[in-house]
Design a protein around this ligand. Sequence first.
Ligand SMILES: [Zn+2]
Length: 260
Amino acid sequence: MGIKILKNKIPFIITLFCCVTVAALAASVRASDSAKAAQTSAAGSPKQVIVLDAGHGGMDSGCVAINGAYEKDINLDIVKDLGALLTLNGYEVVYTRTEDISIHDDGVEGIRNQKISDMKNRLAIVETYPDSVFISVHQNLFTDPAYFGGQMFYTTNNSANFKLARIMQELFSELQPGNDREVKLIDNGLYLFKNTKQPALLIECGFLSNPDDAANLNTAEYRKKVAFTIFSGLQNYFGEEEKSKENTEIGEAESFLYMQ
Ligand SMILES: [Zn+2]
Protein backbone atom coordinates (compact mmCIF):
# COMPACT_ATOMS: atom_id res chain seq x y z
CA MET A 1 0.00 0.00 0.00
CA GLY A 2 1.43 3.36 -1.01
CA ILE A 3 1.92 6.31 1.28
CA LYS A 4 -0.71 8.18 -0.67
CA ILE A 5 -3.37 5.75 0.50
CA LEU A 6 -2.03 5.47 4.02
CA LYS A 7 -1.98 9.22 4.53
CA ASN A 8 -5.70 9.58 4.84
CA LYS A 9 -5.91 6.71 7.26
CA ILE A 10 -3.92 8.24 10.11
CA PRO A 11 -6.17 7.98 13.13
CA PHE A 12 -7.58 11.39 13.98
CA ILE A 13 -6.31 11.24 17.52
CA ILE A 14 -2.77 10.92 16.22
CA THR A 15 -3.02 13.60 13.54
CA LEU A 16 -3.95 16.05 16.24
CA PHE A 17 -1.22 14.82 18.56
CA CYS A 18 0.11 18.20 19.56
CA CYS A 19 -3.31 19.59 20.31
CA VAL A 20 -4.72 16.69 22.24
CA THR A 21 -2.69 17.44 25.33
CA VAL A 22 -4.10 20.93 25.34
CA ALA A 23 -7.62 19.58 24.97
CA ALA A 24 -7.17 17.17 27.84
CA LEU A 25 -5.71 19.80 30.11
CA ALA A 26 -8.46 22.24 29.30
CA ALA A 27 -11.33 19.80 29.47
CA SER A 28 -12.46 20.94 32.89
CA VAL A 29 -12.67 24.62 31.98
CA ARG A 30 -16.14 26.08 32.04
CA ALA A 31 -17.13 28.36 29.17
CA SER A 32 -19.05 30.60 31.55
CA ASP A 33 -16.00 31.51 33.59
CA SER A 34 -15.14 35.17 33.79
CA ALA A 35 -13.41 36.47 30.72
CA LYS A 36 -10.25 38.40 30.25
CA ALA A 37 -10.89 41.49 28.14
CA ALA A 38 -9.97 41.14 24.48
CA GLN A 39 -7.47 43.45 22.90
CA THR A 40 -9.87 45.70 21.01
CA SER A 41 -13.53 46.58 21.27
CA ALA A 42 -15.98 44.73 19.06
CA ALA A 43 -18.77 47.26 19.47
CA GLY A 44 -20.11 48.72 16.25
CA SER A 45 -17.24 47.66 14.04
CA PRO A 46 -18.18 47.98 10.36
CA LYS A 47 -15.30 45.74 9.30
CA GLN A 48 -15.28 41.98 9.09
CA VAL A 49 -13.43 40.76 12.16
CA ILE A 50 -11.00 37.86 11.96
CA VAL A 51 -9.81 36.38 15.25
CA LEU A 52 -6.36 34.85 14.80
CA ASP A 53 -5.03 32.32 17.26
CA ALA A 54 -1.37 31.34 17.21
CA GLY A 55 -1.45 27.97 18.95
CA HIS A 56 0.53 27.44 22.18
CA GLY A 57 3.04 30.03 23.53
CA GLY A 58 5.19 30.69 26.58
CA MET A 59 5.81 27.53 28.62
CA ASP A 60 3.82 25.54 26.05
CA SER A 61 6.03 25.07 22.99
CA GLY A 62 3.62 22.80 21.12
CA CYS A 63 5.35 20.28 18.86
CA VAL A 64 9.12 20.34 18.52
CA ALA A 65 10.30 19.92 14.93
CA ILE A 66 12.95 17.43 13.91
CA ASN A 67 15.21 20.42 13.26
CA GLY A 68 14.57 21.77 16.77
CA ALA A 69 12.14 24.56 15.84
CA TYR A 70 9.21 25.15 18.17
CA GLU A 71 5.68 25.00 16.87
CA LYS A 72 4.66 28.02 18.99
CA ASP A 73 7.17 30.25 17.14
CA ILE A 74 6.13 29.06 13.67
CA ASN A 75 2.46 29.56 14.54
CA LEU A 76 3.05 33.10 15.76
CA ASP A 77 5.11 34.10 12.74
CA ILE A 78 2.45 32.85 10.32
CA VAL A 79 -0.31 34.56 12.29
CA LYS A 80 1.55 37.88 12.32
CA ASP A 81 2.10 37.75 8.54
CA LEU A 82 -1.52 36.76 8.02
CA GLY A 83 -2.76 39.53 10.30
CA ALA A 84 -0.73 42.12 8.39
CA LEU A 85 -2.21 40.95 5.08
CA LEU A 86 -5.75 41.02 6.46
CA THR A 87 -5.33 44.47 8.02
CA LEU A 88 -3.94 45.82 4.76
CA ASN A 89 -7.03 44.51 2.99
CA GLY A 90 -9.56 46.15 5.29
CA TYR A 91 -10.28 43.44 7.86
CA GLU A 92 -10.21 44.03 11.59
CA VAL A 93 -7.81 41.57 13.14
CA VAL A 94 -7.90 40.41 16.73
CA TYR A 95 -5.06 38.25 18.05
CA THR A 96 -5.16 35.87 20.98
CA ARG A 97 -1.45 36.53 21.40
CA THR A 98 1.20 38.57 19.60
CA GLU A 99 4.16 37.49 21.71
CA ASP A 100 5.72 34.28 22.96
CA ILE A 101 3.46 34.09 25.98
CA SER A 102 0.75 32.05 27.58
CA ILE A 103 -2.24 34.33 28.23
CA HIS A 104 -3.19 32.84 31.59
CA ASP A 105 -4.44 35.07 34.38
CA ASP A 106 -1.89 36.61 36.72
CA GLY A 107 -1.33 34.64 39.88
CA VAL A 108 -2.31 31.25 38.46
CA GLU A 109 0.22 28.68 39.68
CA GLY A 110 1.31 25.45 38.01
CA ILE A 111 1.59 24.56 34.33
CA ARG A 112 -1.70 22.68 34.18
CA ASN A 113 -3.69 25.51 35.75
CA GLN A 114 -1.92 28.08 33.61
CA LYS A 115 -2.82 26.09 30.50
CA ILE A 116 -6.46 25.91 31.53
CA SER A 117 -6.54 29.64 32.23
CA ASP A 118 -4.83 30.30 28.88
CA MET A 119 -7.44 28.31 26.95
CA LYS A 120 -10.26 29.94 28.87
CA ASN A 121 -8.92 33.38 27.99
CA ARG A 122 -8.49 32.46 24.31
CA LEU A 123 -12.11 31.37 24.20
CA ALA A 124 -13.17 34.60 25.93
CA ILE A 125 -11.53 36.58 23.12
CA VAL A 126 -13.27 34.44 20.48
CA GLU A 127 -16.62 34.89 22.22
CA THR A 128 -16.16 38.67 22.37
CA TYR A 129 -16.53 38.72 18.57
CA PRO A 130 -19.55 36.58 17.68
CA ASP A 131 -19.63 37.92 14.11
CA SER A 132 -16.01 37.06 13.44
CA VAL A 133 -14.34 34.18 11.67
CA PHE A 134 -11.97 32.29 13.95
CA ILE A 135 -8.72 30.87 12.60
CA SER A 136 -6.38 28.84 14.79
CA VAL A 137 -2.93 28.05 13.40
CA HIS A 138 -0.99 24.93 14.42
CA GLN A 139 1.64 22.51 13.13
CA ASN A 140 1.27 18.76 13.17
CA LEU A 141 3.52 15.89 14.32
CA PHE A 142 3.53 12.17 13.66
CA THR A 143 5.78 9.23 14.44
CA ASP A 144 6.38 8.43 10.75
CA PRO A 145 8.37 11.24 9.10
CA ALA A 146 6.87 10.41 5.68
CA TYR A 147 3.59 12.16 6.45
CA PHE A 148 3.48 15.72 5.20
CA GLY A 149 1.18 18.57 4.24
CA GLY A 150 -1.43 20.84 5.72
CA GLN A 151 -4.82 19.63 6.87
CA MET A 152 -7.97 21.49 7.87
CA PHE A 153 -10.06 20.51 10.90
CA TYR A 154 -13.60 21.77 11.47
CA THR A 155 -16.67 21.26 13.64
CA THR A 156 -20.36 21.21 12.73
CA ASN A 157 -21.10 24.05 15.18
CA ASN A 158 -21.52 26.41 12.24
CA SER A 159 -22.86 25.43 8.81
CA ALA A 160 -20.14 27.50 7.12
CA ASN A 161 -17.28 25.52 8.64
CA PHE A 162 -17.14 22.77 6.06
CA LYS A 163 -17.10 25.26 3.21
CA LEU A 164 -14.29 27.21 4.84
CA ALA A 165 -12.31 24.02 5.44
CA ARG A 166 -12.83 22.77 1.88
CA ILE A 167 -11.74 26.07 0.30
CA MET A 168 -8.68 26.27 2.54
CA GLN A 169 -7.66 22.64 1.95
CA GLU A 170 -7.77 23.19 -1.80
CA LEU A 171 -5.37 26.13 -1.56
CA PHE A 172 -2.97 24.23 0.70
CA SER A 173 -2.89 21.47 -1.90
CA GLU A 174 -1.79 24.08 -4.44
CA LEU A 175 0.93 25.34 -2.09
CA GLN A 176 2.11 21.81 -1.26
CA PRO A 177 2.28 19.62 -4.39
CA GLY A 178 1.21 16.05 -3.58
CA ASN A 179 -0.86 17.09 -0.59
CA ASP A 180 -4.14 15.25 -1.14
CA ARG A 181 -5.33 15.34 2.44
CA GLU A 182 -9.00 15.63 3.15
CA VAL A 183 -10.68 17.98 5.58
CA LYS A 184 -11.41 16.33 8.91
CA LEU A 185 -14.20 16.69 11.39
CA ILE A 186 -13.12 17.52 14.93
CA ASP A 187 -14.93 14.92 16.95
CA ASN A 188 -12.98 14.76 20.19
CA GLY A 189 -14.13 17.98 21.75
CA LEU A 190 -11.12 20.25 21.42
CA TYR A 191 -12.00 22.88 24.00
CA LEU A 192 -11.67 26.01 21.87
CA PHE A 193 -13.54 24.54 18.92
CA LYS A 194 -16.21 22.75 20.89
CA ASN A 195 -17.27 26.11 22.30
CA THR A 196 -16.91 28.27 19.20
CA LYS A 197 -20.17 29.15 17.45
CA GLN A 198 -18.99 31.40 14.61
CA PRO A 199 -17.26 30.07 11.46
CA ALA A 200 -14.05 28.49 12.72
CA LEU A 201 -11.14 26.56 11.31
CA LEU A 202 -8.18 24.75 12.84
CA ILE A 203 -5.31 24.79 10.37
CA GLU A 204 -2.48 22.29 10.73
CA CYS A 205 -0.07 23.83 8.22
CA GLY A 206 2.31 20.88 7.95
CA PHE A 207 4.13 18.10 9.80
CA LEU A 208 7.13 19.15 11.88
CA SER A 209 8.09 15.45 11.87
CA ASN A 210 8.57 15.57 8.09
CA PRO A 211 12.00 16.83 6.94
CA ASP A 212 10.65 18.90 4.03
CA ASP A 213 7.73 20.45 5.90
CA ALA A 214 9.97 21.19 8.89
CA ALA A 215 12.68 22.76 6.71
CA ASN A 216 10.13 24.83 4.79
CA LEU A 217 8.29 26.00 7.89
CA ASN A 218 11.61 27.03 9.41
CA THR A 219 12.04 29.75 6.78
CA ALA A 220 10.36 33.15 6.91
CA GLU A 221 9.76 32.99 3.15
CA TYR A 222 7.69 29.81 3.33
CA ARG A 223 5.78 30.99 6.38
CA LYS A 224 4.80 34.08 4.36
CA LYS A 225 3.52 31.76 1.63
CA VAL A 226 1.45 29.88 4.20
CA ALA A 227 0.08 33.18 5.51
CA PHE A 228 -0.83 34.23 1.97
CA THR A 229 -2.50 30.87 1.36
CA ILE A 230 -4.69 31.32 4.44
CA PHE A 231 -5.44 34.92 3.45
CA SER A 232 -6.47 33.77 -0.05
CA GLY A 233 -8.64 31.06 1.45
CA LEU A 234 -10.47 33.62 3.57
CA GLN A 235 -10.93 35.91 0.57
CA ASN A 236 -12.35 33.02 -1.47
CA TYR A 237 -14.60 32.03 1.40
CA PHE A 238 -16.07 35.53 1.74
CA GLY A 239 -16.42 35.66 -2.06
CA GLU A 240 -18.44 32.43 -2.05
CA GLU A 241 -20.53 33.62 0.89
CA GLU A 242 -21.33 36.83 -0.99
CA LYS A 243 -22.25 34.90 -4.13
CA SER A 244 -24.58 32.51 -2.31
CA LYS A 245 -26.23 35.49 -0.57
CA GLU A 246 -26.83 37.13 -3.97
CA ASN A 247 -28.24 33.90 -5.38
CA THR A 248 -30.64 33.65 -2.45
CA GLU A 249 -31.77 37.22 -3.03
CA ILE A 250 -32.30 36.60 -6.76
CA GLY A 251 -34.23 33.45 -5.91
CA GLU A 252 -36.44 35.38 -3.55
CA ALA A 253 -37.05 38.12 -6.15
CA GLU A 254 -37.97 35.52 -8.78
CA SER A 255 -40.46 33.78 -6.55
CA PHE A 256 -41.95 37.16 -5.69
CA LEU A 257 -42.40 37.94 -9.41
CA TYR A 258 -43.91 34.54 -9.97
CA MET A 259 -46.39 35.14 -7.19
CA GLN A 260 -47.45 38.39 -8.88
ZN1 LIG B 1 -0.47 22.66 18.10
